[in-house]
Design a protein around this ligand. Structure first.
Ligand code: CTP
Ligand code: CA
Length: 225
């Protein structure tokens, strides 16, 4: 079960968690998004707060209530999420990037509703900023934790994201695994760091989030010795 730890290892520290999908507008009535429910991110924020952190939860549009003792910042697009994260980055101890950020956005946002036309149509897309990559370039003492939802070669891709984005940990999950990934209340993940590859079996996202944070805190403590 979920029990609040007596020790508060994150007391006095600021943790920034991003959660949910982003929305990239096409026109005033349409957008691009993905299947992220925000549940894992909200569980990470709840865990950070329960460990004593001042917790900033930067969330895309989801249908969840924020956990107690968390400051919610609601955003829509990848650009808004980037700006909100950067506002808190310098003073953060840890950034947990659980959000499923859109990789592409429409190159042109129509100011009026697009009308249907006969035949095929094309929406030209351009890349969004990779927020985690950007943080990896700017980081000083901040601990950077990313997530990676994959359908294949999970550990291989997690390791390459760890390197490429200069992250400290990537929490990877195989979304094809039963009871894992988008929308479910449970998950199973592998914590991948420079010196660690640890599988956390199927359990609720809330319990998993707490175990992940506690494990990371312990690893960092051991590392500092
Ligand atoms: N991420 C981000 N900004 C983006 C895209 C991703 O900050 N524009 C972050 C996610 O929040 C996550 C990590 O990068 O913590 C990995 O996201 P993922 O989508 O798995 O990786 P990508 O680098 O986008 O690669 P791909 O989607 O091609 O697998
Ligand atoms: Ca992506």
């Amino acid at each position: 079960g979920y029990f609040v730890p007596k020790e508060l290892p994150l007391k006095g520290k600021k943790v920034v968690v991003t959660a949910g999908p982003t929305r990239e507008r096409i026109d005033p009535v349409r957008f691009l998004t993905n299947f992220s429910s925000g549940k894992m991110g909200y569980a990470m924020a709840e865990a950070a707060a329960s460990l004593g952190a001042e917790t900033i939860l930067i969330s895309g549009p989801v249908s969840l209530s924020p956990p107690p003792n968390v400051t919610l910042v609601s955003v829509e697009s990848a650009k808004e999420m980037l700006d909100a994260v950067l506002l808190h980055f310098d003073t953060a101890t840890m950034v947990v990037k659980t959000a499923a950020v859109a990789d592409y956005k429409p190159k042109e946002v129509h100011s009026q509703k697009m009308k249907k036309q006969p035949g095929e149509s094309v929406i030209v897309l351009e890349r969004t900023t990779d927020i985690l990559l950007e943080l990896g370039k700017r980081k000083k003492d901040q601990l950077l934790i990313g997530f990676a939802a994959e359908t294949n070669d999970v550990i291989h891709y997690a390791k390459s994201k760890l390197d490429k984005k200069n992250a400290d940990y990537i929490i990877a999950n195989d979304v094809t695994e039963e009871g894992s990934g988008f929308g479910t209340d449970t998950n199973a993940v592998t914590l991948v760091g420079k010196n660690i590859e640890q599988y956390f079996g199927h359990q609720t996202k809330k319990v998993l989030a707490l175990q992940l944070l506690q494990t990371i805190i312990q690893l960092e403590k051991d590392d500092a010795k």
